[in-house]
Design a protein around this ligand. Structure first.
Ligand SMILES: CC(C)(COP(=O)(O)OP(=O)(O)OC[C@H]1O[C@@H](n2cnc3c(N)ncnc32)[C@H](O)[C@@H]1OP(=O)(O)O)[C@@H](O)C(=O)NCCC(=O)NCCS
Length: 157
């Protein structure tokens, strides 16, 4: 895989899911664990598109469930690389519900995750640098770098 810098736009990943009865609790809202599994898959595909490697989940943090997702809802997940470090990348995944009549999207969940690209022996491999093209790209890198410092401090404890 080339280690030439790659734009975050080349790896943006969108997934669509329909919430079925088997995804829900007795209140008819989606299980958090089901939504987390969708988030993990979306984030991993995004990380794999950036690195060209099999990406394993190293950490999931700051998962915020801000509004309920109900049976019958159409759920849109979007994954985006915020920053690439040596072998790890931070991916943010947002989860929205799309109104079937207006197609307006309501924010439901957001999460920050760290993935590491590995070889066939599970050994971490260098990630291509992130090509920042806009002020928003640069802001995301700054914020991801701060979160990484906090995350790795917690890991050391
Ligand atoms: C993630 C994993 C590959 C890291 O391997 P390691 O031997 O610890 O390698 P390193 O110490 O060199 O770390 C590699 C990178 O992972 C990052 N990392 C490791 N653990 C991390 C954590 N808990 N949170 C954030 N980043 C982490 C390191 O910061 C490093 O990033 P960098 O190269 O960009 O600086 C290894 O711990 C692993 O395979 N974990 C299991 C992954 C898995 O199975 N996930 C599925 C869920 S069960």
């Amino acid at each position: 895989m080339s280690t030439a810098p790659r734009s975050p736009r080349t790896s943006i990943t969108e997934m669509t899911e329909l919430v079925l009865p088997q995804h829900s609790n007795v209140l008819g809202t989606a299980f958090g664990g089901t939504v987390l599994a969708w988030i993990d898959v979306c984030g991993a595909i995004c990380a794999q598109r950036h690195t060209g490697l099999v990406a394993v989940t190293a950490a999931i943090d700051e998962v915020n469930f801000v509004s309920p997702i109900r049976v019958g809802d159409v759920v849109i997940l979007q994954g985006r690389i915020n920053a690439a470090f040596r072998t790890s990348v931070e991916v943010s995944v947002t989860v929205q519900v799309e109104d079937r009549i207006t197609t307006h999207r309501r924010a439901c969940v957001d999460a920050f995750m760290t993935f590491v690209g590995v070889n066939e022996n599970g050994e971490p491999q260098p990630a291509p640098p992130l090509l920042t093209e806009t002020p928003d790209d640069e802001r995301r890198v700054r914020e991801a770098t701060q979160r990484r410092e906090a995350r790795l401090l917690t890991r050391k404890r």
